[in-house]
Ligand binder design. Structure first.
Ligand code: 5AD
Ligand code: SF4
Length: 442
């Protein structure tokens, strides 16, 4: 008998990518073969995101597809919903989509195999497991597929309650993973040959704040402990909150220039102090800029990236121009730019002065245009330099070429053969486009 097949479709952030890797491992251990083809699967899971309405909309569409496939097969398809939509909507989701078999929240993925067994045995019709919101999930192994990047969650949840954000309502209160467990995970992945270790948390630099009896342990200490692990690898982390980014973290980054990647993702959200206040970000425009200046002084070769929201309730043209001013001052290598999207249940959803869609759209386009100019200028500054590249694989566009990333997180394309995958090589940059560098092996 051929093996049963399963697909997981992943939406949203790196935490979901991490949780998908854990579910893959669990499914494989329970006899499933993983595939990307939903038409050829016995079970399909949507690992969902609810942070903006765009992601939520895509999931609605995909559920519709799955329903059609299930009906055409006379019900022979297990449909599972995991991730933040599952955690947020719980049983409610079944009312809209009764053809879903399994709803599993972020804290419950370890229970996936036992639930599958019960469903397959006909013991239960549906399973909704979304409890333990404020606990640390059990530690489970993961299969990251590409063999290059492994992520390790260091803390879960968020206590910040930015007024636009749904995350604190779905991922619960902040809780940190014991440092020993994190260090052991990182060691394990480095021994397995992973070269790029990504530490994950909604607010990585709140790491350890919840360890009541141990004030020695914080994010800087964690980075320092991890960097003591021997080997040729890069350590990255997403995301720090600007209000909590302390100098000791920058000092550790300066101490390990070969290990801690030269990229800092520092979400600004807005350049207007008024908007930042309404967003409950707890810093002003001036404080953010002063922080960036301190970062650049401590780590002159750092590349900065950010998240920005335009069209937050009450945002005036002047507020928006403050954001434009910040991106010109900071010169981000990359920015994830979003139109504000109402998330029911958050304070901003009911604020007055919601911004009309056409204004949000035009501000977004103006911002993207300005940011693209920055990105291009920074890309061009790499031309003529030789950079260390972690080779990720064959380029999708041109099979003769390889693609990789540099410590600053930029993509580099160069001619080379596939045996280089997973190694570090030196590449001299010859040309550059806005997002991509092109070079030759040295
Ligand atoms: N609308 C638009 N963008 C949002 N983000 C979070 N919530 C919203 C929202 N309601 C953005 C923020 C955050 C990123 C992950 O998503 O910029 O940093
Ligand atoms: Fe959301 Fe703010 Fe928490 Fe980030 S810090 S997850 S934006 S509430």
């Amino acid at each position: 008998m051929s093996k049963k097949k399963a697909t997981i479709v992943t939406y949203g952030c790196q935490m979901n990518v991490n949780e998908t890797a854990k579910m893959k491992k669990l499914l494989e251990e329970n006899g499933y073969e993983m595939t990307d083809d939903i038409h050829n699967s016995d079970a399909v899971f949507l690992n969902t995101c609810t942070v903006r309405s765009g992601a939520a909309g895509k999931i609605e569409g995909k559920l519709g597809n799955l329903k059609t496939i299930k009906n055409a097969r006379g019900g022979n398809l297990i449909i599972g919903v995991t991730g933040c939509v599952a955690q947020e909507e719980k049983e409610e989701l079944l009312k809209r989509a009764p053809y879903i078999d399994i709803i599993i929240g972020n804290q419950n993925i370890a229970q996936l195999p036992e639930i599958m067994e019960k469903i397959l045995a006909g013991e239960i019709e549906h399973a909704v497991l979304t409890d333990k919101e404020d606990e640390l999930p059990p530690r489970i192994d993961a299969n990251f597929g590409d063999g290059i990047t492994a992520s390790v969650a260091i803390n879960y949840g968020c206590n910040n309650f930015c007024t636009y954000c749904i995350v604190p309502y779905v991922r619960g209160r902040e809780r940190s993973v014991p440092m020993e467990d994190i260090v052991n995970d990182v060691k394990k992945y480095i021994q397995k040959g992973y070269k790029d270790i990504l530490l994950l948390g909604q607010n990585v630099n709140s790491y350890g704040n919840d360890f009541e009896n141990n004030h020695e342990v914080n994010f800087a200490k964690l980075l320092d402990e991890i960097c003591k692990i021997e080997g040729d690898y890069w350590l990255r982390y997403v995301s720090p909150h600007p209000k909590d980014l302390t100098m000791d973290v920058l000092e550790v980054a300066a101490k390990y220039p070969e290990k801690i990647a030269r990229n800092l993702h520092l979400p600004v959200q807005s350049g207007s102090t008024n908007m930042l206040k309404a967003m409950n970000r707890k810093y002003t425009k001036e404080e953010y800029i002063a922080l960036v200046d301190r970062v650049k002084a401590a780590l002159p070769d750092i590349s900065l990236t950010t998240d920005i929201i335009v069209g937050f309730p009450g945002e005036t043209e002047e507020d928006f121009l403050e954001t434009m001013d910040v991106i010109r001052h900071v010169k981000y290598e990359n920015a994830y730019m979003f139109k504000y999207s109402i998330r029911e249940g958050t304070p901003a959803a009911t604020m007055e002065d919601q911004i009309p869609e056409d204004i949000k759209q035009s501000r977004l386009l103006r911002l993207i245009e300005a940011q693209n100019e920055n990105a291009k200028e920074i890309s061009l500054s790499y031309v003529g330099k030789t950079v260390k590249v972690l080779v990720e694989g064959v380029s999708h566009r041109n099979k003769e070429r390889m693609t990789g990333r540099i410590s600053e997180n930029k993509v580099v394309i160069f001619e080379g053969d596939s045996s280089l995958k997973g190694t570090f090589v030196d590449v001299k940059i010859v040309t550059a486009k806005t997002w991509t560098l092109y070079g030759e092996l040295v």
